[in-house]
Design a protein around this ligand. Structure first.
Ligand code: PLP
Length: 384
């Protein structure tokens, strides 16, 4: 009896095979006894993936210009896995104050309780991060631009400091994606993507990826995936591979439409600030232009102050922007971040509420008309 696919099977297809497995079976007693030696690339148990996961890891590594990639069940799991793989009690961890909220919650409520010295740094600290480095600093968590408030970080300057002090760097690169920024080419050790967003591209799955060049880091992260049980569904891998076929086309189109809509909003009298580094008015524009090759489909803006009811009018008037978290899919989305959440930050950018929109593949003129109509509602309310 053979459990193997037949080598002489004449079937061929453009579509990758979905290999399901918890159990991996072995040819011999000796093979089974030595199964751990198959890591990090091979197959010993379903938790570290089947050939379907390896195929997707290869494709993401190629996009990132990386040697290795490890998949995780979500973007949040990818961020946590990098920290859990390398940071231990007694270490000092530097996290950008505008990093993804889930990473900050993990750092504040778990890592700090486990004896890790967690410190949030101002997102625009750039090379001056050197003053925050301690003898026990282990890792710097970068995200550019930052979640919601979109501060740019000078990745080159931070990496230069980290390298001088032997500190690891990880970057959440979900906004730019490897099409517009490849962290490893800038010396970052770990490039993290929420594949949930642009790679999947259709708002119907969750996944994360960690790409890197160093083989010993790869071995540690494959083991971390195994120990923490970070299994990824082969069906979801299949869907992300399908998403990747159209990813560059979607990204370029969504990026162009986003720029158009951001420029329109910037000229609107009710808009006080558009938080989007591709605009010349953004304080991080110079850094973005020097280091990035394009801009994403997600940005935020701040309106002239008004009571919360005016925001309610605005959101409920929108017909082409469903209200929801996440982003990067073919459908546009809008989300609200109240003022108290902004004020509570250590290095707050604003004390005003923030509106964040993700631009999908709809006609940008239809989206602009929709925003214009909703802004009229906001305005009429503020006048009343
Ligand atoms: C959504 C997001 C994450 C988390 O990804 P999930 O797959 O939803 O867990 C991490 N970082 C950024 C920048 C994100 O936008």
């Amino acid at each position: 009896m053979s459990f193997k696919d037949h080598a002489d099977n004449p079937f061929a297809s453009l579509s990758p095979a979905v290999w399901r497995a918890s159990t991996v079976v072995f040819d011999s007693f000796e093979d089974f006894a030595a199964r751990k030696k198959r890591q990090p690339d091979g197959y010993s148990y379903g938790v570290t993936g089947t050939p379907t996961a390896r195929g997707l890891e290869r494709r993401i590594a190629d996009l990132e210009h990386a040697r290795h990639c490890v998949l995780t069940p979500s973007g949040q799991a990818a961020l946590m896995a990098v920290v859990m793989g390398f940071v231990r009690a007694g270490d000092h961890l530097l996290v950008s104050d505008s990093a993804y909220g889930g990473l900050k919650a993990f750092a504040s409520y778990w890592l700090a309780e486990l004896g890790i010295d967690v410190e949030y740094y101002p997102p625009t600290v750039d090379g001056e991060i050197e003053a925050l480095i301690k003898p026990n600093t282990k890792m710097i968590c970068i995200e550019a631009p930052g979640t919601i408030t979109m501060e740019m970080q000078d990745v080159d300057a931070i990496v230069a400091v980290a390298k001088r002090h032997g500190v690891l760097t990880m970057m959440d690169n979900t906004w730019a994606s490897p099409l517009y920024f490849r962290p490893l080419e800038h010396g970052v050790d770990f490039a993290v993507e929420a594949a949930t967003k642009l790679f999947g591209g259709h708002s119907d799955l969750l996944m994360g990826s960690i790409s890197m060049n160093d083989f010993s880091h790869y071995e540690i992260l494959r083991e971390t995936q195994s120990v923490l049980g970070l299994a990824v569904s082969p069906e979801d891998c299949f869907l992300v591979m399908r998403g990747l076929d159209t990813f560059p086309l979607r990204m370029h189109e969504q990026s162009r439409n986003t720029l158009k809509i951001a420029c329109w909003l910037e000229s609107h009298p009710l808009v006080t600030n558009v938080l989007f580094p591709a605009l010349e008015s953004h304080p991080g524009h110079r850094v973005w232009k020097e280091q990035f090759e394009g801009s994403g489909c997600l940005f935020s803006f701040i309106l002239k102050p008004a009571p919360e009811e005016a925001f309610s009018k605005f959101f409920n008037a929108l017909e082409h922007f469903p209200i929801g978290a996440s982003w990067g899919g073919t459908h546009s989305l809008v989300a609200y971040y109240p003022a108290n959440q902004q004020k509570a930050r250590k290095f707050a950018l604003t004390d005003q509420p923030i509106i964040r929109i993700s631009i999908g593949l709809e006609d940008p003129d239809v989206l602009i008309a929709d925003l214009e109509k909703a802004l009229r509602q906001y305005h009429s309310f503020t006048e009343a």
